[in-house]
Design a binder for this molecule. Structure first.
Ligand SMILES: Nc1ncnc2c1ncn2[C@@H]1O[C@H](COP(=O)(O)OP(=O)(O)O)[C@@H](O)[C@H]1O
Ligand code: SF4
Ligand SMILES: [Mg+2]
Length: 325
């Protein structure tokens, strides 16, 4: 039997704005298998970060959330804020695009890594600092012990992201959520951080959600992939199936838009004509219709359900046979 670390069912998130509630994430369901890595990919504005924030229960107060987010059998949406605090850091670790958002410039990195260990694992200050040194070593910071008393500004961008990864891993979480973990870094450093994440996944056996606009990152790190468009999953499956036979026109667009010459991870830019629809003005029926080369009038009648793709995946399109032909 396949076991899931995280199981998200029918997650919807709306944000209150001056013009009422706008739907940002719509009826989203996905699983993160135990010990596996799920990639979430899509252009900017598709709702990837809002999905991650919903899992962490870090959405703005103006957000309205429904559905369920089961972590090892407990619905995170039903937990008290106190219980959720214990989950954050201890059972789910987070890494964001910009490491400084996770670091306090006024405290040494040793103190910051040790804090979670004292708080969640009850380690003494001395034991926590010692473990912080081990973690800095694990994430590849040279001369780790001597750098515990340095402040974040004394590290390079790539090293700061390593420190954040050490903080996220400190309590050996069941799940690590990494939202564009390499996007803010320069290309050589991106590869180093990817290699580090690859190694950590292999060594620690935790589950992972990696959010990226870059299919190269997803292909390297992930077992499963969910393609998001306009707040919804438009294709879901294993990386092997989705990369071999993308079955939704949007996924094909993402692959087709990868310029062959641009080998550098992170340097790729998507060039699908048109833009992601605003959550304030979602079109009727298929949300991709205005940009789709396969569109027929029926596409605009109703939102297509997820249906079988070419291999084992699901695709939210009524023309899958034509798309994969
Ligand atoms: N505080 C906010 N108020 C209103 N809309 C927001 C807010 N934050 C994000 N959005 C909208 O939510 C949508 C999804 O955003 P996000 O999850 O950040 O996308 P992604 O991470 O895929 O780039 C976007 O259309 C964005 O404009
Ligand atoms: S349902 Fe129609 S418009 Fe939407 S992706 Fe499929 S073919 Fe394109
Ligand atoms: Mg984002």
């Amino acid at each position: 039997m396949m076991q899931n670390t995280l199981s998200v069912q029918n997650l919807s998130v709306s944000l209150r704005t001056d013009s009422g509630y706008v739907p940002i994430v719509r009826d989203l369901s996905f699983d993160v298998r135990k010990g596996a890595a799920l990639g979430i990919v899509g252009e900017s504005g598709c709702g990837k970060s809002m999905t991650a924030l919903a899992v962490m229960r870090l959405l703005p107060d103006s957000a309205q959330t429904s559905g369920s987010i089961m972590l090892e059998g407990n619905d995170l949406l039903q937990l008290s804020e106190g219980a959720m605090c214990a989950v954050r850091g201890a059972r789910i670790g987070m890494v964001f695009q910009e490491p400084m958002t996770a670091l306090n410039p006024a405290h040494t990195v040793g103190k910051q890594i040790a804090e979670g260990l004292r708080l969640h694992k009850g380690l003494s200050s001395r034991a926590a600092i010692e473990e912080a040194g081990n973690l800095m070593d694990l994430v590849g910071i040279p001369n780790a012990g001597a750098r515990l008393s340095d402040f974040p500004h004394q590290f390079s961008g790539g090293q700061r992201q390593r420190v954040v990864i050490a903080m996220a891993l400190a309590c050996k979480p069941d799940l690590l959520v990494a939202d564009e973990p390499t996007t803010a870094l320069d290309v050589t450093v991106q590869l180093q951080i990817l290699e580090l994440l690859e190694k950590l996944i292999a060594d620690m056996g935790m589950s992972l959600i990696v959010i990226s606009h870059d299919l190269g990152v997803i292909g390297r790190l992930c077992d499963d992939v969910m393609v998001m468009y306009a707040g919804q999953a438009v294709e879901k499956g294993t990386v092997a199936d989705v990369f071999d036979a993308p079955s939704h026109p949007y996924t094909r667009g993402l692959f087709g838009a990868l310029p062959e010459a641009q080998e550098d991870i992170g340097a790729r830019l998507y060039t699908i004509p048109g833009v992601v629809p605003s959550p304030f003005a979602l079109p009727h029926g298929c949300k991709f219709a205005d940009r789709c080369g396969y569109v027929v009038p029926a596409c605009r009648d109703a939102e297509p359900p997820l249906s079988p793709g070419k291999l084992g995946q699901l695709a939210r399109c009524i023309k899958v046979p034509e798309v994969v032909a």
